[in-house]
Ligand binder design. Structure first.
Ligand code: PAF
Length: 284
């Protein structure tokens, strides 16, 4: 595995043989099985796999956890090497945001609800850095996890709107045995909060099961999820949403492609989870 923080060196490796296809897995490090499932999917479909590790300051608000975001580069290098990554980009801040940097990329409407309502500057940070990573690597395919559902919707929109010449591949959420979605932020949870946290997936799954049984009232389902999560005393709900999967507008009646999602605080740690649902309007 070649590790570099140098854009010129990276491009030389990436373009050494133009006949090879490349998949890219962008990350902020502190890797878990979710990231490694993206690498495995990229290895299956491409001749070469690139990954990046960059804790992107632009996607953290001043009140958020940039300084304390978990980091373990040596362990990450080993995991990516073992997973068969060919080229790893680990830039410093200056390489991504050189002095005088003033160009940003933002996707308007779908960046605003859900995560965007609590974290109004977050997606501009994500789209700006991912646009840069796409320009630097020029991958044939780019891999992201369904766990960050709004991020995938925002990035898909950006790829279409800005004509990036690549395929977005969204891989299923990888979960712990008790259902908790894997996330680097799970490392912050106290033992009690860790025990309580699977309630997110249990509540979303209960609502998905109710839809399966014919429930079509969006408000009833949101109330059901809220009640289940609120019953867990350590939880503090940020949002519960049942929205159109493409526009992320809240749905009154359940039909079509939907996203059940929630964000919940356990102490200072904010966890998100979601379940995508496809509901035929004829059923129910
Ligand atoms: O999902 C993440 O880890 C980050 O948002 C990403 C896509 C690597 C951009 O910094």
């Amino acid at each position: 595995m070649i590790i570099t923080g140098d854009i010129t060196e990276l491009r030389a490796v990436r373009w050494a043989d133009r006949s090879l296809s490349w998949g890219l897995v962008p990350t902020m490090g502190f890797l878990h099985q979710g990231h490694l499932s993206l690498v495995a999917a990229a290895k299956d479909a491409n001749d070469r796999v690139g990954a990046s590790i960059f804790v992107n300051p632009m996607q953290f608000a001043p009140t958020e956890d940039l300084a304390t975001y978990p980091r373990d580069l040596d362990r990450d290098f080993q995991l990516l090497r073992d997973a068969g990554v060919d080229l790893l980009f680990v830039p410093d801040n200056e390489s991504i945001y050189p002095p005088g940097f003033q160009t940003t990329v933002s996707v308007a409407d779908i960046s605003r609800p859900l995560e965007g309502s609590t974290r109004p500057t977050h997606f501009q940070g994500v789209t700006t850095v991912v646009a840069k990573l796409f320009n630097i690597f020029q991958p044939d395919r780019a891999y992201f996890g369904q766990k960050d559902a709004q991020q995938t919707a925002v990035l898909r929109r950006m790829v279409v709107d800005l004509n990036f010449n690549l395929r977005m591949v969204i891989c299923p959420t990888v979960r712990e045995k008790d259902g908790l979605a894997m996330s680097s932020r799970n490392a912050y949870l106290s033992a009690e909060a860790r025990e309580a946290a699977p309630v997110l997936y249990r509540a979303l799954s209960a609502a998905a099961a109710a839809v399966e049984l014919g429930e079509r009232d969006g408000d009833k389902l949101r109330r059901m999820i809220t009640k289940l999560i609120a019953a867990q005393p350590l939880s503090q709900i940020d949002y519960v949403s049942i929205a159109d999967a493409l526009t992320l507008q809240e749905a009154d009646q359940i039909a079509g492609e939907l996203l059940l999602s929630t964000a919940v605080y356990f102490g200072k740690t904010r966890l998100i989870d979601n379940i995508p649902l496809s509901v035929s309007s004829a059923a129910g």
